[in-house]
Design a protein around this ligand. Structure first.
Ligand code: UD1
Ligand code: PEP
Length: 515
């Protein structure tokens, strides 16, 4: 190691603490660990205090003895959380604007020759990835202030020859560049879409929706090769084969600059789609039917307007924070909840016995979305009578399903959670078992959860999916003892400063990185 002595000591102390935590999780005394390492109890004591130099060989032996990877190598930048469970939360917290509107609006800013300012954008990795891709195309952007207002200025001509493939491959939202780009670019290539690892997520509906605008896409190694037959536009209503959010957004963005009227049927009316429509209306695009499944869009061939738009608050973050209160049995007020996108969730929770207060409604800064403050009160929960399953809006949101799994684990009785959509997400919920939950995987889409759970701290590596990772973090808030959650970078994809904001409510969470 070419480290300075001070840093080495600091690293040794941090490794020592990790070893102590892992030992305690295993329920071992220092003497028992020493035995299995063939060393003395005093040596283990020195190791845990960071007072003993450690060879790689010794570290490997400790890792084996504790069945825990104490130090991860080769993942530069990996961040982890140490959570001391059991603390009650109190106070109030504001919901931030949504990830999913944020990424859609960034893609939509490509439709506009003028300057777009987006207010209070969630400063999350998913947004950063799209910004990196935009920048690689020649778009300039600037964070304007501490409120996270973001300015986007497109170049006279986009340069699609050097698209940042590394950033693009890490987000599924890259697929939403197809709709905006097809207007001015007869040929272009885009890297394949990435995102959470949730099993197969088809892009076929996007192809079907965009074909009437002249788009043909050939998938080659690692890239979509797009070609556009200019002048082709829909001759009849576009009927989406599934009511997906991003596919609806792609169709809207294709229609926005296509002259004449386009009708989209079986459109998603979800929150991010509504935000996109409100933004486009500010750009002069006439859209009828916002909030319904039939949209009538009057395209404008050239859009060149300086525009200022405020995306609405995130219903999934709101659900995450409500869940934090429920699992810790605390009273907290979640402010700026986009209530119209959580009504069914709250109705189901009420049936499960949740007590909460709700304020008068008020409007989000976009002038449209209804907000309210929700105060969650400590409650005794029981399993719902029926299974919990998602539906396109106005159903229970698919991204909120994992939170119901955690809440079900806190409730008395057995709950069936059915994720009919994603092939893999439900499987990750069985990770809750490491903290004491009883989650039985019935098949890849259904889990049976038996509560209530006697949560106990553990060390868990984040699954490669945003919501299941957050659910594990929230369970750790209530689990007895200390837990370690590794590789939490996946959480930063969709949440801004979640650990820090939970700490402000009283949670005891420390962040640490790889040594
Ligand atoms: C950036 C963004 O906005 N992401 C959201 C968006 O992703 P996105 O719109 O990309 O969602 P997908 O297209 O992957 O759809 C999700 C899954 O649902 C299936 N499907 C969808 C609609 C339908 O009517 N029938 C059907 O079977 C799809 O085949 C797919 O397997 O919607 C997902 C589903 O709400 C959310 O989890 C994501 O957070
Ligand atoms: C699945 C999700 O998002 P994405 O579409 O960005 O992968 C999510 O937000 O939970």
């Amino acid at each position: 190691m070419s480290d300075s002595p001070g840093r080495t000591e600091d690293h040794l102390r941090r490794i020592g603490t990790l070893i102590r935590d892992a030992r305690k999780h295993r329920g071992l005394t220092q003497a028992q660990l020493a035995d299995s390492l063939g060393t003395s109890q005093s040596a283990v004591n020195r190791i845990e205090k960071g007072q003993q130099n450690l060879s790689v060989e010794m570290l490997t032996r400790v890792s084996d003895a504790l069945d825990s990877q104490i130090v991860s190598l080769g993942t530069p930048g990996a961040m982890h959380l140490r959570v001391h469970g059991g603390a009650k939360l109190s106070g109030a917290i504001d919901v931030k604007t949504s990830k999913n509107a944020g990424v859609a609006l960034l893609c939509a800013s490509l439709l506009n020759r003028g300057r777009t300012v987006l207010r209070r954008v969630a400063r999350i990795e998913e947004v950063n990835r799209i910004l990196e891709v935009l920048e690689s195309m020649g778009v300039r952007y600037r964070w304007l202030n501490a409120d996270n207002d973001l300015e986007i200025v497109p170049p006279a001509e986009l340069d699609l020859s050097r698209v940042n493939a590394d950033a693009a491959r890490r987000t599924r939202s890259i697929i939403m560049f197809l709709g905006p780009l097809l207007h001015d670019h007869p040929q272009f290539a885009l890297p394949y879409a990435g995102g959470c690892d949730l099993g197969t997520r088809t892009v076929e509906p996007h192809m079907i929706a965009l074909r009437p605008f002249g788009l043909a896409v050939k998938a080659t190694t690692g890239e979509y090769q797009a070609s556009v037959d200019e002048g082709v536009r829909p001759t009849r209503p576009i009927v989406l084969t599934e009511r997906g959010d991003t596919v609806t957004e792609n169709a809207i963005m294709a229609a926005a600059r296509s002259e004449g009227v386009t009708i989209i049927r079986n459109a998603s009316s979800n929150y991010m789609v509504q935000d996109l429509c409100f933004y486009l209306q500010k750009l002069g695009v006439n859209i009828d039917g916002v909030g319904t499944t039939t949209l009538k869009i009057e395209g404008v061939r050239h859009i060149d307007r300086d525009v200022d738009y405020s995306p609405a608050e995130d219903p999934i973050e709101a659900m995450s924070l409500i869940t934090a209160a429920i699992v810790t049995d605390s009273e907290i007020t979640v402010r700026r909840v986009p209530i119209e996108f959580l009504e069914i969730e709250l109705a189901v929770l009420q049936e499960m016995g949740l007590q909460y207060r709700i304020s008068e409604e008020y409007l989000a800064a976009n002038g449209n979305t209804r907000l309210a403050d929700v105060t969650v009160l400590p409650s005794v929960l029981h399993a719902p009578i029926d299974k919990i399953h998602p539906m396109p809006f106005p159903g229970l949101n698919l991204d909120n399903l994992p939170f119901f799994a955690l809440i079900a684990a806190c409730a008395q009785g057995a709950t069936l959670v059915h994720d009919w959509v994603y092939e893999k997400r439900a499987i990750y919920l069985t990770e809750l078992d490491k903290l004491g939950a009883r989650v039985t995987l019935m098949d890849p889409h259904r889990v049976l959860i038996e509560g209530p759970t006697h949560w106990s701290g553990a060390e868990v590596i984040c699954p490669p999916a945003l919501r299941p990772a957050v659910v594990i973090l929230l369970a750790m808030l209530t689990a007895k003892g200390t837990s370690v959650l590794r590789n939490v970078n996946v959480i930063h994809r969709g949440y801004e400063q979640l650990a820090e904001r939970l700490s402000e409510l009283g949670a005891q969470i420390e962040t640490f990185g790889d040594v």
